[in-house]
Design a protein. Structure first.
Length: 222
């Protein structure tokens, strides 16, 4: 599902005299369907950079990032912007550390949006969205409110619900459990396990040892 080959990325700090900070150097990684690979390494090792590159948010300097999409393999490094958007709509699910939602849009609609993008009718998309919110412990009284008014943990659960609701073939998870208490971390572990059972290829960053041990098929050091 994912095949990364000899990827390099260096950040250049133009405001600091052009200082070059190498982050990824010759990274190669393959991830199969139904497998969860956890990126492992110290802060600054490039874990989030690699996840963003897998989502097409970070352009690498060289290398290849092959993503299996609707029966073909697409190289994100050379793909056109419209192709990357199609990948995000139908293949790549992404949960970042922070929820970025349109102001005044309700939590239910935020979660339903990936389903609507796939052509699911409004009623079914909302039903699936609210079922996911309920499972993650978001009370019904909050479903019609914008997530910007929620606590940090509630916002992150909305973020997780949005990333997982559409059952996309590839999931990229950047510290999704960081703002959650022990009970809600277990709920997310269960959801990730179900995604693996459906055949999703998962790449994630998890600093919580218990979560990492529960979901990782293997660690990939950076």
């Amino acid at each position: 599902m994912i095949h990364v080959s000899d990827v390099h990325k260096t950040y250049v700090l133009h405001g600091q005299g052009g200082i070059a900070l190498p982050v990824l150097a010759g990274v190669s990684l393959s991830v199969d369907a139904g497998e969860c690979v956890v990126l492992h390494g110290p802060s600054g090792a490039g874990k989030s950079t690699l996840l963003r590159a897998l989502y097409g948010n970070c352009r690498v300097d060289r290398g290849r990032i092959g993503i299996r999409h609707e029966g073909a393999t697409v190289d994100l490094v050379t793909a056109a912007p419209r192709t990357i958007l199609a990948l995000r709509r139908r293949t790549l699910g992404y949960v970042s550390q922070f929820l970025r939602a349109v102001p005044r849009v309700s939590a239910a609609d935020v979660v339903a949006e990936p389903l609507r993008a796939l052509g699911v009718d409004r009623a079914e998309a909302r039903a699936r969205a609210t079922a996911m919110l309920a499972r993650l412990g978001i009370p019904e009284r909050l479903w019609g409110l914008p997530p910007a008014t929620f606590s940090g943990g509630e916002q992150q659960r909305v973020n997780i619900a949005r990333g997982l609701v559409a059952h996309l073939p590839i999931l990229l998870l950047d510290e999704p459990t960081a703002a959650l208490d022990a009970r809600n971390r277990l709920l997310v572990v269960d959801l990730i396990g179900e995604a693996k059972a459906r055949g999703a290829a998962i790449v994630g960053v998890f600093h919580d040892d218990a979560v990492r041990e529960a979901i990782a098929d293997r660690l990939f050091p950076l």
